[in-house]
Design a protein around this ligand. Structure first.
Ligand code: 9WN
Length: 419
């Protein structure tokens, strides 16, 4: 298909997945509103319908909890084609939501929407600013009670990179003996070899039960969650989001929020530095219960470049590693080290390429003065979509589409990379 037709198709996918003020990631597999998907969807809509982009942000932030958390799923309209649904989460909001969050990419995108048309977006940017500040403050308190500058995730789903090999060891400590029988719905939509294994799902559900049994109380979860890990992806995305929130607050003349976001960013900058592993040769996740760094690299290793402020000697190690990865596969960027034995080109976050991660890595590279590499990643992303269509993810080996098709965030990134 020619690029002009793909532009039209991308817009059509966003329109078709629009359920009235919020957008589902894809029909069938994911029938609800997801947090970071919605933020990227807003970026895509911004290429042709800025009002609709702001509506997406508004419906996402309307799901904010009283304590500031913005949930990972908003169950706008109950649909049993997805499991686990509202009953398993046992939250008490209306509409119901999950009890966990997702990578906080929203502030970065809200800043972009505002900057596109500052006068037109002012009122909605001001409302979003307050909600985003509360969400980031929640991260700083609920997920970093010790104040070490690293926020914890309590479930692999909070990383958005669900079955990354980084979670294998921390998950091995999660007791699944009380997980009863259940029916997975994901493998009814998508081939099982492109989805997480059953033993991982059992642990995902045990962690949902832990949160539900503790009424999603942040203090109880911080004290006892069997999974308490600093994901390099979430920490880098939050640091970038704090910087963007501070800039947005400055543009809107809110010095209180600007100061708070700047202070939080300074703390996160120190925390992120502690995720560097000389042994792995890059930034990795850290199991905060055991003080163990992950021993392998994922695409998250490059996200501190997107956060900004990576010291020159560390950037000098990351860039050759990225080039080496790109030379090892046909398309970049694989979600996991393609030279590691655990790499699997079609199994979800253990190898496949994700357009949204490519967008963040390319933004980071461009900002760090590596325009050539940023272009290469954008060229690959567009080539994958031209070859295979708007899939959820893609094999780095042969470019085939994996997971759900006509996927909202893939369409959004096509539009964002064209604009
Ligand atoms: C669980 C919606 C979401 C993405 C995640 C992706 C996948 C859900 C699932 O789909 O996760 O949240 O059921 O597999 O891993 O990043 O937000 O597209």
């Amino acid at each position: 298909m020619e690029d002009t037709k793909l532009d039209l198709r991308a817009k059509e996918i966003l329109r078709t997945n629009d359920r009235g003020g919020y957008t589902v990631p894809t029909a069938g597999l994911y029938p609800y509103q997801w947090n970071w998907d919605s933020a990227f969807v807003a970026l895509g809509f911004a290429a042709f319908d800025i009002d609709r982009a702001w509506t997406e942000v508004g419906s996402l932030l309307a799901g904010q909890w009283p304590d500031g958390m913005v949930p990972h799923i908003i169950f706008q309209r109950v649909d049993d084609s997805y499991f686990p649904g509202p009953d398993q989460w046992g939250t008490t909001t209306s509409p119901p939501t999950s009890g966990i969050t997702q990578p906080p990419v929203a502030a970065t995108i809200v800043r972009r929407l505002h900057d596109l048309e500052p006068a037109k977006g002012r009122r909605r940017a001001e409302a979003a600013l307050v909600a985003l500040d509360r969400w980031h403050e929640w991260f700083a308190t609920a997920r970093d009670p010790a104040g070490r500058g690293l926020v914890a995730i309590i479930h692999p789903w909070e990383s958005g990179r669900d079955n990354l090999p980084d979670w294998d060891r921390p998950l091995s400590f999660v007791d699944t003996s009380k997980v009863g029988a259940y029916e997975r719905r994901d493998t009814q939509h998508v081939a099982a070899d492109q989805r997480p294994h059953q033993h991982e799902y059992d642990r995902y559900l045990a962690l949902v039960a832990f949160g539900r049994d503790n009424h999603w109380d942040p203090a109880a979860i911080a004290a006892g969650s069997p999974f308490w890990v600093a994901d390099v992806g979430v920490n880098a995305i939050l640091l970038r989001a704090e910087r963007d929130l501070a800039a947005l607050a400055g543009a809107l003349g809110d010095s209180d929020i600007a100061d708070r976001a700047t202070r939080r960013a300074e703390r996160l900058q120190d925390g992120l530095a502690s995720l560097w592993s000389d042994a792995a040769g890059g930034y990795v996740s850290l199991d905060l219960r055991r003080e163990e760094h992950a021993t392998t690299l994922s695409a998250g290793a490059f996200l501190p470049l997107y956060a900004g402020g990576v010291p020159a000697d560390r950037a000098e190690r990351l860039i050759p590693t990225l080039r080496h990865w790109l030379d090892a596969v046909r398309y970049g960027v694989p979600s996991f080290d393609p030279t590691d034995p655990q790499f699997d080109p079609i199994r979800y976050w253990r190898g496949p390429i994700w357009a949204v991660v490519n967008w963040m890595i390319a933004e980071g590279l461009a900002g760090a003065g590596h325009a050539d590499l940023a272009d290469r990643i954008r060229v690959d992303t567009r080539a994958l979509i031209r070859q295979s269509g708007f899939y959820e993810s893609f094999s780095p080996i042969d470019g085939r589409g994996c997971g759900g098709k006509d996927f909202s965030w893939t369409a959004a990134i096509w539009l964002a990379m064209t604009a």
